[in-house]
Design a binder for this molecule. Structure first.
Ligand code: AMP
Ligand code: MG
Length: 419
């Protein structure tokens, strides 16, 4: 490639990648850098209110300091009475009680249930003193002052014990949990209004490419619309990153350099990641920090790179939209999930499928193949170029052909990841 007569061709950037890292090496670099990041800043947490916590990651164990319920309560609408006084009651041998009052939720009956008496009680209402069971209303006939019991109940029947929902001192929710709507409910029930969650990583999306028009603009002439910005924003949100509006950056060194110096936990650079004339990002990353990995033995996405500027992770994602998606999913998403306390695993459902036709691959390279799935059959898409983003919208998912494989024959059983 070197041509002494033409200094342009001595430019290292025109030589192409000398060698490529393996996917495993890139993933290993991410994982060890994540371990360092967590060692440096183990307390990346913030308080989160009850109404916002669904989907957030719990940053410490939640131990209840109270019992729920804090009082014995009725589990049914019926009558609170003494269980031993109902023994033998049936529809044909009913027993009579005097009704001495009513217990409502939040408004208990203040007196005591003595022999021969009962208190009308609602679900969730406190049990009156002296009563040890609730006879459900469907086994009774009653008036204002009288109860006719037509079934017997045992001690404790239809009564909720103190702490039966949540016991004082118990671990209610464990650190690392992805919080669910019902967690907000149970936290509220123990009087908790705010909990510590893992802070969302701040992610900045830099879209390079002088040929690009803002997302959603009709392409004109040789200008094309930015496909990666809206896609990356959605991916970042999926993986728990904070709001990350894409920012356009001109394909020139100083603009890109300035943008890469802005503070963030993760910077995604779309485009210009390779070794061409306008591919400034790798050189800038090398100058400002470390370019740990550049060029990866995979298809698509081989011109991807990654490194750090201080503690900021920087991912260089190829501009071709399929490569951009693939490189994001293999590498950047992993780092964002890791920094946010989430599982490093892909957030895709898996399905065992059988290939309808062969898939060729090259030994030494990981392939990312889009497939259409019907039932348990997976059909590789014919059009699979890195620039054909609609291959990912036509596909139902993708399969990974490992580096040591020459390809997969028809009828191979493989795991598909569902988009
Ligand atoms: P690059 O990685 O910058 O060399 O770009 C590779 C190819 O992807 C070129 O054809 C670009 O025009 C195209 N491309 C780059 N960025 C985007 C983008 N954000 N949206 C759609 N296409 C892009
Ligand atoms: Mg470009």
């Amino acid at each position: 490639m070197t041509n002494p007569a033409n200094p342009k061709f001595t430019d290292v950037r025109m030589k192409g990648f000398g060698s490529r890292s393996t996917v495993e090496a890139a993933v290993a670099w991410i994982d060890s850098s994540l371990a360092n990041a967590n060692a440096v800043d183990p307390d990346r947490t913030e308080p989160c209110g009850l109404f916002e916590l669904t989907g957030r990651i719990l940053a410490k164990d939640i131990v209840s300091r109270i019992n729920v319920p804090g009082f014995t309560r009725s589990m049914m609408d019926g009558f609170a009475l003494r269980a031993d006084e109902t023994y033998g009651a049936t529809a044909y041998n009913s027993l009579a009680f005097q009704v001495i009052g009513t217990s409502f939720p939040g408004r208990p009956f203040e007196g005591t249930v003595r022999s021969g008496t009962a208190v009308r009680i609602m679900t969730g209402a406190p049990m009156p003193d002296g009563a040890d069971a609730v006879l459900p209303v469907e086994f009774t006939e009653w008036t204002e002052n009288t109860l006719t019991a037509m079934a017997e109940v045992s001690v404790g029947k239809n009564v909720g014990a103190i702490g039966e929902d949540v016991a004082d001192g118990s671990v209610l929710l464990k650190v690392g949990r992805v919080l669910r709507p019902q967690d907000a409910g149970v936290l509220s029930s123990i009087g908790c209004s705010s909990i510590p969650v893992v802070r969302r990583p701040v992610v900045r999306i830099l879209i390079t490419g002088n040929e690009l028009l803002p997302a959603g603009t009709a392409p004109t002439g040789y200008q094309i619309a930015d496909a990666n910005g809206p896609m990356l924003k959605a991916l970042v949100e999926r993986d728990g990153g904070g709001q990350a509006l894409p920012q356009f950056v001109k394909d020139d060194r100083s603009s890109l350099r300035a943008a890469m110096l802005e503070p963030a936990d993760v910077i995604l650079v779309s485009g210009g990641s390779s070794v061409g004339q306008e591919d400034h990002a790798p050189e800038i990353l090398k100058e400002l920090g470390t370019l740990a990995i550049h060029g990866i033995a995979m298809r698509p996405s081989s011109p991807a790179g990654m490194g750090q500027i201080g503690s900021t992770f920087v991912f260089l994602l190829p501009g071709n939209p399929v490569s951009c998606l693939c490189a994001y999913d293999f590498f950047a998403g992993r780092a964002i999930r890791g920094l946010g306390g989430r599982s490093l695993d892909w957030p895709y459902a898996k399905k065992d499928v059988v290939l309808t036709r062969k898939l060729v691959s090259t030994v030494g390279r990981v392939d990312y193949a889009r497939v259409k799935i019907s039932g348990t059959e997976a059909e590789p898409l014919a059009i699979s170029g890195a620039s054909v983003l609609s291959s990912t919208t036509q596909a139902d998912g993708f399969i990974i052909i490992p580096a040591d494989s020459e390809g997969l024959p028809p009828h191979s059983r493989v795991t598909a990841y569902l988009y």
